[in-house]
Design a protein around this ligand. Structure first.
Ligand code: APR
Ligand code: PHB
Length: 394
């Protein structure tokens, strides 16, 4: 027998998208239940990017989870691009008339949201299995799942599919009702986290003839570094020493001497993919965040795009329940996709400029070099990069 529950919005997935949506809806007095496949500890241990646009910070403030972010987040007014032996600093503050980004890990964002949800005692089911979304084309969609051996059935007005790239929501849409656009890159990123001071105060995105590298951080005492690797790279072959030696060899000589080595506390490989699903709606179910789109991590747009989706979707639900207006719900997919495609373009462009593409011809390599030279000598090109990096408006 199913235990029957009822809510206004059933949210599938307790990643940043689902938790942020739940928080914003709760603040507006809209009931919601979160259903998550994994345990809370598992969700809170995932390491992902860590650069927040101002729009994301504003939304986290609005959701009531801005305090720790303001205390511990690092405000960055610029970042570096190193290309072979050349070096360019993008002065975000100057190029965007005063904007900046905040370095604060996605893991911390998810933790803050999860604690805020718990403090409000909002209903959540972690470790839910056999999650199914049903009756999507009716006005009473249904979520069924098993939790602690009990079968549940939740009737909702709407379902928010915030269950990431491998989730059940997008997979439940009939093929003829959804289009998918995808580019898979012929490389991945090998990342390590270490309790060592960052090699410099600002991020460095680097293109070295042997491949891309990124120097990032989580705090003044915790670094996050990445190296371009092959898609089928064997992580077991990457000792900490090999990682540090390879990174040191790729860094500009003026900076390499500052690299502080230490044991890795996390090491993982992520594939690079661009992906968009259209539309982001099927009947009463809406897709948001990684469930609807993926960007390669170059430029750190993943979490920021999830936040802008949730901005549009939460406002649409609030308009529906508070102002009894349907129009924003109907416009959600189109509005969100306009911003998504621009971030897709930016992430694809930055990925192309900064990586070593094994199949690229000598002509392509010269074009890549010209792209960087143009950036170095054109303030307009730098402004365009900076405008996208700090986040397009929404
Ligand atoms: N049922 C319930 N939950 C599910 C299911 C399912 N069938 N499938 C997946 N999930 C959960 C996952 O376990 C995960 O916790 O949905 C959650 C989705 O979270 P994320 O993958 O973090 O996606 P999202 O919340 O949209 O966050 C986007 O994550 O990958 C990064 O770059 C991305 O920063 C961006 C952010
Ligand atoms: C990170 O700190 O993990 C990070 C930063 C910037 C990126 C991607 C990842 O573009």
């Amino acid at each position: 027998m199913h235990k029957q529950l009822q809510t206004q919005v059933a949210i599938i997935g307790a990643g940043p998208s689902g938790l942020l949506l739940g928080q914003l809806l709760a603040k507006a007095g809209i009931d919601n239940i979160v259903i998550e496949r994994q345990s809370k500890d598992y969700v809170l241990s995932r390491i992902r990017a860590g650069v927040l646009e101002q729009g994301t910070v504003n939304l986290l403030n609005q959701a009531g989870v801005g305090d720790r972010l303001h205390r511990e987040g690092l405000v960055h007014h610029g970042f570096d691009i190193a290309f072979h032996h050349q070096h360019l600093r993008l002065d975000l503050e100057k190029l965007t008339s005063g904007k900046h980004v905040t370095v604060y890990g996605q893991t911390e964002v998810t933790k803050d949201l999860s604690e805020a949800r718990q403090a409000l005692d909002l209903p959540s089911f972690y470790e839910a299995s056999e999650v199914k979304v049903l009756d999507l084309l009716t006005d009473a969609p249904n979520v069924q799942f098993i939790h602690e051996q009990q079968a549940y059935s939740i009737k909702a007005d709407f379902i928010a599919g915030c269950d990431g790239y491998h989730g059940v929501c997008r997979a439940s849409i009939p093929k003829e009702s959804i289009q998918e656009f995808e580019r898979v890159y012929p490389f991945g990123w090998l990342g390590i986290l270490s309790d060592t001071p960052p090699v410099q105060e600002e991020l460095i995105y680097g293109n070295h003839p042997d491949g891309f590298y990124l120097c990032s951080m989580r705090s003044p005492t915790r670094s996050r570094y990445y190296l371009q690797c092959t898609v089928d790279e064997d992580i077991a072959k990457w000792s900490d020493n090999r990682f540090w030696d390879t990174l040191q060899a790729r860094l500009p000589s003026s900076i390499a001497g500052n690299l502080v080595r230490g044991p890795s506390i996390e090491k993982s490989i992520a594939p690079l993919r661009s992906f968009v699903a259209e539309p982001l709606r099927y009947g009463q179910m809406f897709l948001a965040g990684d469930a609807g789109h993926i960007v390669p991590p170059t430029g750190a747009k993943g979490l920021n795009l999830a936040a802008s989706d949730i901005y549009y979707l939460s406002n649409a639900f609030i308009e529906y329940y508070v102002d009894h207006q349907q129009s924003s719900i109907d416009q959600y997919s189109e509005k969100a996709l306009q911003r998504i495609w621009k971030a897709e373009r930016f992430s694809w462009w930055l990925t192309n400029m900064l990586h070593h593409f094994p199949e690229k011809s000598r002509f392509d390599q010269r074009i890549q070099q010209a792209e960087f030279d143009y950036l170095c000598h054109s303030e307009l090109a730098q402004k365009s990069l900076a405008e996208n990096y700090v986040g397009l408006p929404y």
